[in-house]
Design a protein around this ligand. Structure first.
Ligand SMILES: Cc1cc2nc3c(=O)[nH]c(=O)nc-3n(C[C@H](O)[C@H](O)[C@H](O)COP(=O)(O)O)c2cc1C
Length: 367
């Protein structure tokens, strides 16, 4: 009944599958609600031999590498599919997961999710619940969060028959979406780089993987057509362009010099728009979601530069998020490395969420 084709297996997996088949029969076509949660905890809860044996088998599965075998974000956040049930009556994807003090990727359960929580550390909790069964009703969303230690779990997702399946696959199987972040200032005490870091952290809190780079590390010469013709596109441009290409979106901090973008930023974008690596110049930017934030010491907070950068990047084919942040009076806007105004933190959270929700799935050609 549980289809395991193409999935890893090992000596003890069949025994766990027997337990899971019993459970699936018990769940039947019950609604995924509080009543089912109570019945599962009553009949198959931590006080039962079945629960304790399943808990043990999952640990063995981790050692035998058929459970929690995919690293999502380091050793403390792993997942692994155990099987799929699609027999006309039941419709579940069964996953194993191991989380230790992590906040996992934000996702929605369009048709609900059932979780069996099996803490290793006595105080560990999964979304506020200790050892036992937790049912998420259809339409609920969450960051799967483990606090207080290590808690492996098994989950059953109702997968539906249409696009829902794709959504669940994206959440469970694929790595987090990735954003490249850079600032148009490489000054050591740059306000824009500070704002960039704050926005990058907010983006991470939405489950996005963010890589911050400094344009200083690319030491780009000023663009010169003769230089390009005689020596070709510099290696550092190929590297930067490659990074832009392989990320799902961009987060850019935009300082303002004389009412426009900094030469450092414009020069980097100009170089990266040159045709090379066998691709059209603007290929890495096509429809790429971009969020622009900026700050200046003046009362307009880099507003003019941001509008120029929006025009430049739109011309290059990027999908610039309609909202942006122009933070005025930079010297007063930060306190101890954070935003001084808590309301502004909420603005940054909301803005970065706009970028997160526009990110497409990871590129198919990513290694
Ligand atoms: C050449 C130059 C031109 C500037 N022009 C403006 C400007 O037009 N508007 C503004 O608000 N600030 C302007 N500033 C001040 C910058 O906002 C300030 O230097 C800021 O700290 C730069 O960003 P950073 O801290 O990220 O390096 C200018 C600074 C420089 C060096």
């Amino acid at each position: 009944m549980i289809d395991q084709e193409g999935l890893p297996t090992g000596e003890h997996k069949a025994r766990l599958m027997q337990h899971l088949e019993t459970l699936i029969a018990f769940i039947g076509d019950s609604a995924l609600d509080d009543d089912l949660q109570a019945r599962l905890n009553m009949e198959f809860g931590p006080q039962t031999l079945a629960f304790q044996e399943m808990k043990n088998l999952l640990r063995i599965g981790i050692a035998e590498k058929w459970a929690c075998y995919k690293i999502i974000d380091g050793p403390d956040y792993c997942r692994g599919r155990l099987g799929v049930v699609s027999d006309g009556v039941h419709d579940f994807v069964i996953e194993s997961a191991k989380l230790k003090d992590v906040k996992g990727n934000f996702h929605t359960h369009p048709l609900g999710e059932i979780n069996m929580i099996q803490p290793v550390d006595a105080d560990a909790q999964f979304c506020g619940a200790g050892e036992g069964w937790k049912v998420f009703a259809p339409g609920t969303s969450h960051y799967p969060t483990v606090s207080g230690g290590l808690a492996p779990s098994s989950s059953f997702c109702r997968k539906g028959r249409s696009s829902t399946m794709t959504n669940i696959d994206q959440v469970l199987d694929r790595p987090a979406k990735r954003v490249l972040a850079f600032s148009g200032s490489v000054r050591r005490e740059s306000w824009n780089s500070l704002l960039l870091n704050i926005a990058a952290d907010a983006l991470r809190s939405h489950g996005v993987s963010v890589r911050g780079i400094s344009l200083r590390d690319y030491a780009l010469p000023i663009y010169d057509g003769d230089l390009e013709e005689s020596r070709g596109v510099p290696q550092s441009v190929l590297e930067l362009r490659g990074l832009i290409r392989e990320h799902d979106g961009l987060l850019v901090a935009c300082p303002e010099y004389n009412g426009s973008v900094t030469p450092l930023l414009k020069n980097a974008l100009d170089w990266c728009s040159r045709p090379c690596d066998g691709l059209g110049g603007l290929e890495p930017f096509q429809l790429k979601p971009v969020l622009i934030v900026g700050t200046s010491i003046g009362p307009f907070g880099a507003l003019r530069a941001i509008s120029h950068l929006r025009a430049i990047m739109s011309k290059m084919g990027a999908a610039v998020v309609p909202e942006d942040l122009a933070l005025p009076n930079a010297q007063a806007a930060f306190r101890s490395g954070a935003l001084a105004d808590p309301d502004m933190e909420e603005v940054v959270k909301a803005l970065t969420w706009r970028l997160a929700e526009q990110l497409p799935g990871p590129r198919k050609d990513r290694s």
